[in-house]
Write a protein that binds this ligand. Structure first.
Ligand SMILES: [Fe+2]
Ligand SMILES: [Fe+2]
Length: 194
């Protein structure tokens, strides 16, 4: 069912929001938690827009709910942009992270308690099954797409979830290579850190 598949990502988002807003002291840990949340939010929004809100937009009764949800996705994107700075210990950063967490929780609650019911009424059983399959493939594809931008997170091959990358110190030594990191990433292009 499409709604169960979507809820799995919602639970991950809630967990990452809680960990991020509680993060103290360790700058690197905060950076990784932020990127895990950022990639999850972006991948989820893309998959959900394509395989829930586009079909819903095509129904007259689904216009209000889908427009409202897309607007909130945009607001979440803007907060992610504000938070994508090098220094995540700077004044105001954690206050903005709390604002993001509040906005995300509000959005998820509204989807789960209102928009899913609207979609449930408007989409046929067969359509919902088909959308669940497509959404599930798409979220993993989009986690890989956004995750590839960053050096400190990876998408696990087995689970398809965004995980912290192994630190250079934890990787097996690679003899005779000038840049083991670049080799492991399969590219000499520098990755983004924010
Ligand atoms: Fe959403
Ligand atoms: Fe959602």
């Amino acid at each position: 069912m499409i709604f169960d598949a979507i809820r799995e990502s919602h639970d991950l988002q809630r967990d990452l929001c809680r960990k991020l807003t509680a993060s103290r002291g360790d700058r690197a840990a905060r950076q990784v938690l932020f990127l895990q949340l950022k990639v999850e939010l972006m991948a989820h929004a893309a998959a959900e827009e394509r395989y829930l809100y586009v079909p819903l937009l095509m129904e007259n009764g689904g216009l209000d709910a889908s427009r409202h949800a897309l607007h909130e996705h945009h607001e979440i994107d803007e907060l992610l942009d504000d938070l994508s700075v090098r220094n995540k210990k700077q004044a105001g950063w954690i206050a903005t992270a709390k604002k993001l967490s509040f906005k995300v929780r509000h959005h998820l609650k509204e989807e789960e308690s209102k928009f899913f019911q609207v979609a449930g009424r408007l989409l046929s059983k067969t359509k919902k099954k088909q959308l669940a399959r497509k959404y599930t493939q798409e979220i993993v594809r989009m986690r890989r797409h956004y995750g590839a931008e960053y050096e400190t997170v990876v998408v696990a091959a087995s689970s398809g979830l965004v995980k912290p990358a192994k630190r250079a110190a934890d990787r097996p030594a690679t003899r005779g290579r000038a840049s083991a990191g670049a080799h492991l990433r399969g590219s000499s292009e520098p990755r983004r850190t924010r």
